[in-house]
Design a binder for this molecule. Structure first.
Ligand code: IMP
Ligand code: MG
Length: 179
């Protein structure tokens, strides 16, 4: 039987992702030397990146999750962002790093930054595994980016299409024949 993702073209292989995640974690470890970082994973897509990233960070850490409305079955953003699950704890005074799967239009990120800033963290940064700069509708940037990619709809390593394919080890381009 072919594997779940075999018909999709590989864009970034798992070994390359692993190496880059280690590099990003090293940058974070260096930038926050002697401090604690509080990672906030954006569910659901950011959970795989977060779980690999946090284990490579050599600092005191804590983590939490937040969930926002996703694209549902569509490949394009509705432009509307809705909070589905809030944080469990207060972030005032913490070095917060928001961990996202991908920066696309930037609508999700600008919404999250707005609501998190109001809660007075000590610092607020963004780590995203992927960035599609050509798709940006609002002016936001990530502080720690894994890879910049072209305007393709990608799946795997946490990213889904209609909730499928999050388990692929590689980041792949969704086969256009997929229903
Ligand atoms: P933004 O608000 O348009 O920046 O979109 C961010 C969210 O859209 C991400 O956290 C993903 O859940 C989803 N998304 C954007 N591009 C892709 C993609 O190529 N594949 C899968 N999900 C995507
Ligand atoms: Mg999604």
């Amino acid at each position: 039987m072919p594997s779940a993702g075999s018909k999709h073209k590989v864009l970034i292989r798992s070994a390359k992702i692993k190496k880059r995640v280690q590099e990003v974690a090293r940058e974070i470890t260096r930038d926050f030397k002697g401090e604690r970082v509080h990672l906030i994973g954006v569910l659901k897509g950011g959970c795989i990146f977060l779980s690999d990233l946090i284990r490579e960070i050599d600092l005191e850490t804590s983590l939490d999750f937040i969930a926002v409305s996703s694209y549902g079955k569509n490949k394009d953003s509705s432009g509307q962002v809705r909070l589905l699950k809030d944080l469990d704890s207060n972030i005032a005074g913490l070095n917060v790093i928001l961990v996202e799967d991908i920066l696309d239009t930037g609508l999700t990120l600008s919404y999250l930054l707005r609501i998190l800033r109001q809660r007075k963290p000590k610092t607020l940064h963004v780590a995203a595994l992927l960035d599609k700069p050509s798709r940006r509708l609002v002016n936001v940037t990530g502080d720690y980016i894994g890879f910049s990619i072209p305007d393709e709809f990608v799946i795997g390593y946490g990213l889904d299409y209609a909730e499928r394919y999050r388990n692929l080890k590689d980041v792949c381009i969704l086969d256009p024949q997929t229903s």
